[in-house]
Design a protein around this ligand. Structure first.
Ligand code: FAD
Ligand code: UDP
Length: 387
């Protein structure tokens, strides 16, 4: 009955199902344990009629024209450039740390000297990861690096991950490099925005095909069995020999046989506010105060006109699968030893011809949305549509 089963209706699963249905004309069953599609990009109107992102603020940004063009088949865009301010020393200053931040935090002469050094050493427009800046040979630049490290990165990262920047893959803090520029935008990609009618609507458009059947509110294990002993599958109790595209957590699929992969979870505290605007930018980061890392006001992102507004505070949490409220694995934890454990599962998965693993959880990779879409398109071309 079904040629393919896709586990998970997030972006990765949605791209695969859409391609299989539209390009190949084959039948797909998507099994999703939540009550909705979209995975972590899911958005909805809250009780006050404000459009919110249920699993944290999502801003789409990419360098990849192919990805932008692909998604543009399913949505129009609201063009939006995200801006983030950081609460530092009682001031709200631009993040990523840039030349404007420098001027706002330090006395004019010192800021001018450091600015000149940054431009000479790295070039105007360059992006320098904080851990790299700390290795600068110049003493003054190292002094600046230590300041930025302490004020912007150390405490935020400790809150977010329960670890210091050094304990994580350098790419984590490298996502928000010091920017030798006066560009206050959080991302500099050529394509940026939000789906005009929301992510959920975009994913709904992707899945709107008679060959795609969707089972919500169903853990895949209720319908699909993976027989670890011989790597085969059955669907509704019958042997299934089509391809299984799995976007859930890889350790869960293998019944944690090599041990659990660590993840980081979050608690979102939403607050409806009875005024049109709460803060000046989409997001304000709080590296050094409070238990939350950031506050996002959705109306800046979505452009919605409304008399009221809704904000969300993000409280990082340890991931504990058995504890409600801590049971969603939002972030893989990029560290070498976790990568080693992941590889044990990955190698085992490669022996199972029927199985295709993609997405943030199945690949245990700190993917942004565009990278998920790019990967799914590539896997479809190289592993699915090869006939
Ligand atoms: P997911 O969205 O996690 O989808 C996986 C799906 O599989 C889920 O719906 C899940 O319920 C389902 N599933 C899991 N296990 C099972 C099971 N046992 N049975 C059935 N179904 C199952 N990216 C950006 O580009 N820009 C941003 O601004 C941005 N902000 C983010 C903010 C936060 C707080 C987080 C956590 C992520 C953010 N991301 C952002 C990343 C983005 O969410 C991901 O790149 C993308 O959503 C991953 O899609 P996915 O389909 O791989 O995974
Ligand atoms: N980061 C930080 N201070 C900030 C912003 C980011 O220390 O003000 C670090 C932190 O470790 C964070 C990482 O940079 O987890 C990546 O930030 P990003 O905003 O990309 O995180 P995400 O939106 O994926 O949660």
């Amino acid at each position: 009955m079904y040629d393919y089963v896709v586990i998970g209706a997030g972006l990765s699963g949605a791209v695969m199902a859409e391609r299989i249905a539209n390009v190949q004309g084959k039948n797909v069953l998507i099994i999703e344990k939540r009550r909705h599609i979209g995975g972590n990009t899911y958005d909805r109107y809250d009780e006050n009629g404000v459009l919110i992102h249920q699993y944290g603020p999502h801003i789409f940004h990419t360098k990849l024209k192919q990805v932008w063009d692909y998604l543009s088949r399913f949505t129009e865009w609201r063009h939006y450039h995200h801006q983030v301010l950081g609460s530092i020393d009682g001031k709200l200053v631009p993040i990523p740390f840039n030349l404007n931040t420098l001027e706002q935090l330090l006395p004019a002469r010192l800021a001018g000297e450091l600015e000149e050094k940054l431009v000479i050493h790295f070039g105007y427009g360059s992006k320098v990861p904080i851990l790299k800046l700390r290795e600068a040979e110049d003493r003054d630049l190292r002094w600046l690096a230590d300041l930025v490290y302490e004020k912007v990165f150390l405490h935020y990262t400790t809150k977010q991950w329960g670890m210091t920047p050094e304990e994580l893959d350098p790419n984590v803090t490298g996502r928000v490099p010091v920017f030798v520029s006066r560009d206050d935008r959080y991302f500099s990609d050529p394509y940026q925005g939000l789906p005009k009618h929301g992510y959920t609507q975009m994913v709904e458009n992707m899945l709107d095909h008679p060959n795609i059947k969707l089972m919500l509110n169903t853990d895949y294990r209720e319908a699909l069995s993976f027989h670890l002993e011989n790597g085969s599958f059955s669907l509704f109790g019958q042997p299934f020999d089509g391809k299984v595209i799995y976007t859930g957590a890889i350790d869960e699929l293998f019944d944690y046989k090599h041990g659990r992969l660590p993840y980081r979870s979050l608690r979102f505290e939403f607050e409806g506010v009875r005024k049109p605007e709460y803060q000046k930018t989409g997001t304000v980061n709080y590296p050094n105060e409070y238990d939350y890392t950031r506050i996002t006001e959705f109306k800046h992102l979505t452009g919605q006109q409304h008399a009221d507004t809704t904000i969300v505070r993000e409280y990082p949490q340890p991931y504990e699968p058995e504890v409600p409220g801590r049971d969603i694995p939002y972030y893989p934890v990029p560290r070498p030893e976790n990568q080693e454990l992941f590889k044990k599962y990955w190698r085992e998965a490669q022996d199972i011809d029927q199985l295709v693993l993609i997405g943030r959880l199945a690949e245990y990779k700190y993917y942004d949305m565009d990278a998920c879409v790019a990967k799914a398109l590539k896997v479809f071309e190289q592993q699915i549509d090869i006939g």
